[in-house]
Ligand binder design. Structure first.
Ligand SMILES: [Zn+2]
Length: 147
């Protein structure tokens, strides 16, 4: 498992790619998956504000698009001073692909760092286990026959 500082460095690189001309609130994120792969993301705003995508969401989307679905740990960096927690929607997004013990490392660019677990950020969260179709979740779709 990578150190939180390594995830921080990757999250900062993504932070610098953030597109946040309206809020000037840039965010970078870095996920380490259960396979040890790192995926980064940044927030992407839009003149139609409701279309804005959070850094955590872009990182998770990249992870899933690459065929991975398990977050081992995640780092999120904001300008600061002071760290910021993921928004409610992103807590739910992280919960979908993590466990309640998964570490969420929050950083700012000034050296502040706090670590929470997913369970601390979203206690009693609703997730895949609550759905009766859970046997269909987290399975790679069958590949077509090679015949
Ligand atoms: Zn968010």
């Amino acid at each position: 498992m990578q150190s939180p500082d390594t995830l921080y460095q990757h999250a900062v690189a993504a932070y610098h790619h953030a597109y946040a001309p309206y809020s000037n609130f840039s965010v970078g994120a870095c996920i380490e998956t259960s396979r040890g792969t790192l995926f980064t993301g940044c927030n992407v705003e839009n003149a139609s504000y409701g279309l804005t995508i959070c850094a955590e969401a872009t990182a998770i989307t990249s992870m899933v698009a690459a065929g991975e679905q398990t977050i081992q740990q995640i780092a999120i960096v904001v300008t600061g001073p002071g760290v910021s927690s993921p928004c409610g929607a992103c807590r739910q997004r992280i919960f979908e692909f993590a466990t309640i013990d998964t570490s969420v490392h929050l950083f700012d660019l000034h050296g502040a760092h706090k670590t929470y677990t997913v369970g601390e950020l979203l206690p009693a969260g609703f997730g895949p286990r609550d759905l009766t179709i859970q046997h269909n979740l987290r399975k790679t779709p069958a590949k077509p026959d090679a015949t």
